[in-house]
Design a protein around this ligand. Structure first.
Ligand code: UDP
Length: 495
């Protein structure tokens, strides 16, 4: 939307408060850009390292006149036992320190409130990460509508909702399957595949999730990084639960159109853009498997070796994003010492660290995406119109797998049966998904027969619907306009 067309909205001011984790920060930054493109003035409350890591993607947009600015506040790291500069989940020495990170974020409350206090007029809306509970208190204090964002889709929200109220998972054993009642599709899961919140007996975890629910129920509305054409049944159900102030405004990643922005999204890319494109250009269309497990997975080396061996024995070209948190060094050593790097050098591009995922996925050479089913990655795969090999790891990722494999029928599961331990009191015994299971799923996704062809066709079609959703006239574009109108009415602007 041209800025001149939306001059009457220019007064509208949103205060955006993201949470420090790539899976939350990245889409929140995307969302800020989208709001600004719709004429809203946006202030992003950021901490110094995050502003640098995740904010640079907006430099170009800000220079071109989009009304976005960063408001930086310091986190007192030492006070919370955090290493200097540690502002994000993926930087934590261990996931047991998540609580300390959330506490450190709470220390922003006073600074944010002092800022709001001085503003006239006050921001018209606070758009905050669900997990920053204090933003509810701030919104109440200044009587500003608070819209929350947790980075998940409506299917996830409904799965959590029915579990919370039916407690159906409480009467089954760890590895027993059960059906989630009252959903539009037959969704069957094992207790061992459920998000941490439903399995933990840790008092602090139960208490925190109770507070999140209470805070969500007090929020003015919810924005969702999804689109109606993807999961209409679940959007409808969620709106029945939450009321009409649920706005699906995604896919948010589609706000970045040009290559240079796609490369800048998230951390600094560990591969040179031109080299990456040159490698992709040299491959046949639809031939490459792209394997990436998101930003916080900490997979054991033995497990990564199974994945690596499957990629190698597929005999197809592949990109593997090699990163395993504290295990990275061990897997890098294996790649070197066991000859994997040497053996696969003609077939593979290994990215050691951070991949420019949007750039890779949008290249026609990519024919399949092996993903850990984090919602951002899953949706980015949907937008790219590629079929997926699904290997969920933790949190709501098994729900996302169900959406891809069973509802959309654009993916094949590697057959993981339980979440892998990431947080302190999670079961760390884990399972080992064998290389045959990866290979089998890769072959099914990449095969040229009728089944593979139909899966590819479905993926392409849903990809087109995704791209239309945020264009003028699309459902997410309409929802975005509706949300802005709603806040305008609340603020008596333009009436
Ligand atoms: N991502 C990326 N390059 C990487 C790893 C991750 O660009 O090497 C991005 C990815 O595109 C997505 C986000 O980081 O937008 C990860 O979010 P997701 O919800 O998929 O998973 P999480 O990291 O939260 O588990």
């Amino acid at each position: 939307m041209a800025l001149e067309q939306s001059q009457e909205l220019i007064q509208l001011h949103f205060l955006v408060i993201p949470m420090g984790s790539p899976g939350h920060y990245i889409p929140t930054i995307d969302m800020a850009k989208l709001f600004a493109q719709h004429g809203v003035r946006v202030t992003i409350v950021a901490t110094p390292v995050n502003a640098l890591r995740f904010g640079s993607i907006l430099d170009q947009a800000i220079q071109s006149g989009l009304p976005i600015r960063f408001l930086e506040f310091q986190i007192p790291y030492k006070e919370f036992g955090l290493p200097e500069g540690c502002e994000s989940l993926d930087d934590l020495p261990n996931m047991g320190m998540t609580g300390a990170l959330l506490q450190a974020y709470r220390s922003l409350q006073t600074q944010v409130e002092q800022y709001i206090e001085k503003l006239d007029p006050r921001p018209h809306c606070i758009l905050a990460d669900t997990f920053l509970l204090w933003t509810g208190e701030t919104a109440k204090k200044f009587q500003i509508p608070r819209i929350i964002f947790d980075g998940m889709n409506c299917l996830t929200k409904m799965c959590n909702h029915v579990l919370y109220f039916s407690k159906v998972h409480e009467s089954v054993g760890e590895s027993e399957s059960f059906v989630l009642p009252g959903l539009p599709d037959h969704i069957e899961l094992k207790r061992s595949q459920l998000p941490f919140a439903f399995r933990s007996s840790h008092e602090a975890v139960i208490d925190f999730h109770g507070k999140v629910r209470a805070s969500e129920s007090e929020a003015y509305g919810v924005v969702v990084n999804s689109f109606e054409g993807l999961e209409q049944g679940y959007v409808d159900e969620y709106q029945k639960v939450k009321g009409d102030k649920v706005w699906c405004i995604g896919p948010l990643s589609l706000c970045h159109k040009d290559e240079s922005e796609k490369v800048q999204r998230g951390n600094k890319s560990s591969v040179n853009k031109d080299e990456c494109l040159k490698w992709l250009d040299s491959q046949e269309n639809g031939s490459v498997i792209y394997a990436c497990l998101g930003s916080i997975s900490r997979v054991e080396p033995a497990q990564l070796i199974e994945l690596a061996l499957a990629l190698e024995s597929s005999k197809r070209p592949f990109i593997w994003v090699v990163r395993a948190g504290h295990n990275t060094e061990k897997i890098e050593k294996w790649i070197d010492e066991e000859g994997f790097g040497e053996r696969t050098k003609d077939k593979a591009l290994l990215i050691h660290g951070w991949a420019p995922q949007l750039l890779v996925l949008s290249h026609p050479a990519v024919g399949g995406f092996l993903t850990h089913c984090g919602w951002n990655s899953t949706l980015e795969g949907v937008c790219a119109g590629v079929p997926m090999v699904t290997w969920p790891q933790f949190q709501e990722q098994f729900y996302n797998e169900k959406l891809v494999v069973q509802v959309l029928r654009t993916g094949v599961s590697v057959g993981a049966q339980k979440t892998s331990g990431l947080w302190v009191d999670e079961d760390k015994s884990g399972e080992l998904v064998k290389s045959e299971a990866f290979l089998n799923a890769i072959e099914m996704v990449m095969e040229e027969g009728k089944e593979g062809e139909e899966r590819r066709k479905r993926a392409k079609e849903i990809g087109k619907i995704a791209n239309k959703a945020i264009e003028d006239g699309g459902s997410s574009h309409r929802n975005m306009t509706g949300l802005i109108e709603d806040i305008k009415n609340q603020a008596n602007i333009g009436n």
